[in-house]
Design a protein around this ligand. Structure first.
Ligand code: ADP
Length: 162
């Protein structure tokens, strides 16, 4: 049983994230989308809300689970008996940070492996931050996020404005 952890903020989950999950399921028997509790300070959605949006997005995928974690990723990976961490690589701009994280995690645990997956080209420009910005400015985010994420964004931004 080969397990991969896909960690991130997922504030909110996008079609780019979904694309990475789908690719990871072809390489691993089990994929856990792990929402980090530590990055929640400036988040639009709470960890529980983000987890709910991830769960709804992966409902039809039998080998994919969603979970929240806090503390060191290397420890979470061990607790889940996972073989690798999956991260998405969109462009050169992602590379430096990801390279540093991957090597630092390996310093903390020498068995730690990070697998990078490139999304479908149409998602290479997509980020949760950009989706939130477009939604805030009244743009159509339907090509970028699952429908329930679109509704959640509309509802949250409506209460923000009120
Ligand atoms: P973080 O806040 O840790 O960067 P995100 O939730 O934004 O996490 O993303 C989690 C992971 O998914 C990161 O590895 C990020 O590079 C990747 N990712 C985000 N958006 C995309 C996308 N459109 N295509 C491919 N990978 C992506």
């Amino acid at each position: 049983m080969r397990t991969a952890i896909y960690p991130g903020s997922f504030d909110p989950f996008t079609n780019g994230h979904l694309d990475v999950v789908q690719r990871a399921t072809r390489l691993f028997d089990r994929v856990v989308v792990a929402v980090a509790r530590s990055d929640s300070k400036h988040a639009l959605f709470t960890v529980e809300e983000r987890l709910g949006l991830v769960r709804e997005s992966i409902r039809s995928m039998p080998n994919v689970e969603a979970d929240a974690f806090e503390g060191l990723l290397v420890e979470y990976v061990q607790r889940q008996s996972a073989q690798a961490v999956v991260r998405g690589l969109r462009a050169i701009s992602d590379f430096e940070f990801e390279f540093q994280m991957a090597l630092m995690n390996r310093k903390l645990n020498e068995n730690f492996e990070t697998i990078f997956m490139m999304p479908k080209d149409t998602y290479t420009f997509l980020s949760s931050r950009i989706v939130k910005e477009i939604a805030r400015l009244g743009g159509d985010v339907s090509p970028f996020v699952p429908p329930h994420v679109q509704s959640a964004l509309a509802a949250r931004l409506a209460t923000e404005k009120a």
